[in-house]
Design a protein around this ligand. Structure first.
Ligand SMILES: Cc1cc2nc3c(=O)[nH]c(=O)nc-3n(C[C@H](O)[C@H](O)[C@H](O)COP(=O)(O)OP(=O)(O)OC[C@H]3O[C@@H](n4cnc5c(N)ncnc54)[C@H](O)[C@@H]3O)c2cc1C
Length: 528
């Protein structure tokens, strides 16, 4: 069963060992965890629904609460404090395109606002109901999960868009294929959600982001069905599919999506390298990204992220490895790189040999597969640590950007610094660090994680979070970064969008959405 007020399955935990907890207390100060609101209390706070009966619409408090919020800090604060300002008036679970169309007609008739819902893993307020006098209908695609067609000649697959990561991969694997799209939220996030938010998987260096994987589909809009035929490529004017990517539910509901798939790889491995400095590590990963080496992922942690990750992971072999690394001169500072190779056995061997050699030329110490495979095993487990930390009295959040190479290192230092300074304004300490994750020939994404104590007062927590998020967002802008490399805009990034798109660009986005949704019924308040 899915947690109603946190991340993931109730059965999966991520205990934090004592040294990790002591480290956090040293960094942040003494912790004072406060109890959360109970499920019963929050269910009692769900008001009556304003939607008239419909056989496809569930107006139970349980359905409305479990679809009320996503995974952002404001979402967690709302759910954990029991102060949820708005609930959808009903949640529908269509099983076909026809039912989606029927629901859009019902919404039009009842003047309901519609929120398309995939896995609810948004971290920027995408699926939160607006506070409005008009009813809100959330349409979840959780029952639309089938593989509809597999083209084994052209390597494309057509899915219903509500399919989540594991279900999608399992259906493809039966035929020997993979999409290879692995966001860290893979367990719950869906194909439709990935397209609507321009998601990026951890092995995007090999498989590509969702944009090149998306090859057409079907979108039910308030004014009719938009069909995107599949072409390997086309010069027929602007690409309408590009407009659907990142549309965040404002154009309509993606019900079917064709994706470009590949044969399951013959071999895959993940390796670790330690660098004596952040500069040497980032030069090495840039050189690898600009070479023709078929690496599948690169993730380079800053010195502070490296130490924190090693300490919080709680693995028994780490103290021994630490002593060994210090003996060979890799004490503080040190930066951990995890890189992956995916493909044929020969390609994997080549990547291992040549990437290790590039790292060596930049001062790196190649440490084989132990660290890499530990990362691989916990890649979808680490979000569970957020539950443990919250319950211990710590809030953890992340933010991300992408910048051209000349700005990458400066931004990767300045963003955590801005967060620490914003926390200090309220007398608090924040632990903030970054890694470079998705790498490109012309730049990289900088992914920042920050932790701070959560005060007893939820409003105070939100104020502190807002101050840190805003400070970091201004630094991102000042360095020429995008406000989001992969999480999308939602409500939390909407105030920063105009800076990036310009007034004319933003007008064009609004105009496109209005074409498909003239009455503004689709996910209002998100994106712009
Ligand atoms: C622990 C964690 C790790 C994460 N890691 C990553 C990561 O590695 N990479 C990454 O890119 N993101 C990541 N995210 C963010 C999030 O998972 C992505 O934004 C994801 O693409 C959202 O998919 P979803 O199905 O959960 O969509 P939802 O959260 O349900 O919805 C997101 C938006 O998409 C719209 N939408 C959803 N489905 C449809 C549809 N069928 N038609 C039209 N609109 C639709 C919604 O209206 C909403 O605006 C992470 C989130 C968490 C909580």
């Amino acid at each position: 069963m899915k947690r109603w007020n946190g991340w993931g399955n109730v059965k999966t935990g991520y205990p934090l060992p004592a040294p990790g907890m002591n480290y956090l207390v040293d960094c942040l100060g003494a912790l004072d965890p406060q109890p959360d609101a109970s499920l019963e209390d929050v269910l009692r706070s769900v008001p009556g629904s304003h939607l008239p009966d419909h056989p496809l619409v569930d107006i139970s408090p349980e359905a409305r609460l479990t679809h009320a919020r996503g995974q952002s800090t404001p979402d967690w604060v709302a759910l954990r404090s029991g102060r949820v300002p708005a609930f959808p008036d009903g949640v529908a679970f269509p099983t076909s395109d026809q039912e989606v169309t029927e629901l859009l007609a019902y919404a039009k008739k009842t003047r309901a606002r519609v929120i398309p819902y995939g896995g609810g893993t948004s971290v920027v307020g995408h699926i939160n109901p607006p506070q409005s006098d008009l009813p809100v209908l959330t349409i979840s695609l959780e029952k639309m999960t089938h593989l509809l067609d597999l083209d084994e000649v052209g390597w494309t697959a057509l899915f219903e868009a509500g399919v989540a990561g594991p279900g999608l991969e399992a259906q493809l694997a039966q035929h020997g294929y993979t999409l290879g799209h692995y966001p860290q939220s893979h367990e719950y996030s869906t194909l439709g959600g990935w397209i609507a938010t321009r998601s990026s998987g951890q092995q995007s260096f090999h498989y590509g982001r969702i944009e090149p994987l998306f090859a057409g589909g079907r979108i039910e809009t308030p004014v009719g069905t938009l069909t995107l035929p599949h072409f390997p490529a086309s010069a027929a004017g602007p690409d309408v599919g590009e407009m659907v990517l990142g549309s965040e539910g404002r154009m309509g509901i993606i019900t079917q999506a064709r994706v470009r798939v590949r044969r399951l790889p013959e071999a895959e491995a993940f390796y670790g390298v330690f660098f004596p400095s952040w500069e040497q590590g980032s030069t090495a990963v840039r050189v690898i990204a600009q070479s023709d080496l078929p690496v599948s992922m690169l993730r380079l942690s800053s010195p502070l992220e490296t130490e924190t990750t090693l300490l919080l992971s709680g693995k028994s072999w780490i103290p021994i490895a630490d002593r060994g690394l210090r003996l060979v001169g890799f004490g503080d500072p040190r930066c951990l790189l995890v890189f992956g190779a995916t493909g044929t056995a020969a390609q994997v061997r080549r990547v291992r040999r040549e990437a290790a050699a590039i790292c060596g030329r930049h001062g790196g110490l190649f440490v084989g597969t132990v660290v890499g495979h530990t990362w691989q095993k916990s890649r979808f487990l680490s979000p569970y640590l957020r539950n443990t930390l919250w319950e211990a009295g710590v809030n953890v959040d992340t933010l991300e950007t992408a910048l051209p190479w000349p700005q990458v290192l400066a931004a990767a230092r300045a963003i955590p610094q801005a967060i620490v300074e914003a926390a200090a304004q309220s007398g608090e300490r924040a632990l903030a660090f970054a890694h470079l994750s998705h790498l490109y020939r012309d730049g990289a994404s900088v992914y920042t994680t920050y932790l701070f104590r959560r005060p007893a007062d939820p409003d105070q927590l939100l104020e502190r979070w807002q101050a840190m998020k805003h400070a970091a967002s201004l630094v991102i802008q000042a360095h020429g970064g995008t406000i989001t490399h992969q999480h999308g805009v939602g409500t939390d990034h909407a105030p920063y969008l105009a800076f990036e798109k310009g007034p004319l660009g933003l007008d064009a986005i609004r105009a496109v959405c209005k074409t498909f949704d003239p009455d503004g019924m689709m996910n209002p308040g998100k994106l712009f």
